[in-house]
Design a protein. Structure first.
Length: 317
């Protein structure tokens, strides 16, 4: 039979174990509660960064009703670039890639709490190949996760509109440069038309240079640098091609003028000995006078093209 002393010791031991379990349960509850709170705060912080752009529509943050925010004070959460992949204008990374990155970020946030073990359960972390944690995320945290997974859909329209703004330059990469320039020159353009055509592409270059370096689309900051570079290259290609064709066209006309001048210099260099020589010289001078207006009209466009095309490889020789 068990003595009263042994029974008392057993009772004390059971009481001690009970109190230990209560302490463990208390701190386990505190741990779980802390992890759930920190997870919720982390997701709330992510929510504020992801959805802060919605405030710019009315200048007020939805989660701080009395606080106004200026658009220039909003710091975007994600960064992307605008690229020209002829014939498309696209975001890099794409919205789907950005959504996957956000989902991955949320998952990693949740995995922090799932990777924390209760006292005495560390061996479970090593044997858990599936990565399932021992501290579950709170239902509210999971609800925020589901809501944030729709983030990209909320800015898809705005992103499409931002990319659509670059379509006004699509003639630079969609039209056939050679065909259009040749058609322009085939119409024997006037001096004003030539100047206007060259200035047209020069204006494009200036507009492209003046484009904003960044565009904010919701929580995403779009860097327009790659797109500006691509557009600038396309605009310069148009201008250089036009200058090259003008160079070839007016080089031929200059050669014709030089041949004409050389020919008539030889004719006027002949000594005058009789009336036939006088008549010959008078006819040569008359032809030169007739050609003078045509030569002046040719020299004007050549000078303009030489000036406007300066700095390019196709500068008139």
């Amino acid at each position: 039979m068990i003595s009263s002393e042994e029974a008392e010791d057993s009772e004390k031991e059971d009481e001690f174990k009970k109190e230990c379990k209560e302490v463990v349960a208390y701190f386990s509850h505190q741990l779980l509660d802390s992890l759930q709170k920190t997870t919720r705060l982390s997701l709330d912080a992510l929510k504020r960064r992801v959805f802060v752009s919605s405030s710019t529509n009315f200048g007020r943050l939805p989660y701080l009703p009395q606080t106004t925010v200026k658009p220039e004070d909003v710091v975007t959460f994600l960064k992307a670039e605008v690229h020209l992949a002829i014939p498309h204008v696209m975001m890099v990374p794409s919205l789907d890639d950005i959504q996957q990155a956000i989902n991955r970020m949320i998952q990693l946030t949740l995995d922090v709490s799932r990777g924390v073990a209760h006292w005495g359960q560390h061996h479970l972390l090593k044997s858990n190949n599936q990565g399932e944690g021992n501290v579950p995320a709170s239902p509210s945290a999971l609800g925020k996760l589901q809501k944030k997974e729709e983030t990209v859909n909320s800015v898809r329209k705005a992103a499409s509109e931002a990319l659509q703004d670059f379509q006004k330059y699509k003639a630079l990469w969609t039209e056939d440069r050679d065909a259009k320039v040749q058609q322009f020159l085939a119409n024997n353009p006037s001096l004003t038309e030539i100047r206007s055509e060259i200035l047209h592409y020069a204006t494009f270059e200036q507009e492209i240079e003046d484009l904003k370096p960044t565009v904010s689309v919701g929580p995403i900051e779009l860097n327009t640098g790659p797109m500006k570079l691509a557009l600038s290259i396309e605009a310069k290609a148009w201008k250089m091609l036009l200058c090259r064709y003008l160079n070839e066209e007016y080089k031929k006309k200059m050669q014709d003028m030089i041949s004409f001048i050389t020919e008539y210099l030889k004719k006027l260099s002949r000594p005058i000995r009789d009336l036939d020589d006088v008549r010959f010289a008078m006819e040569a001078l008359a032809n030169i006078r007739d050609k003078e207006i045509e030569m002046d009209m040719t020299m004007g466009p050549i000078e303009v093209c030489d000036l406007k095309c300066s700095g390019y490889e196709s500068q008139l020789e």
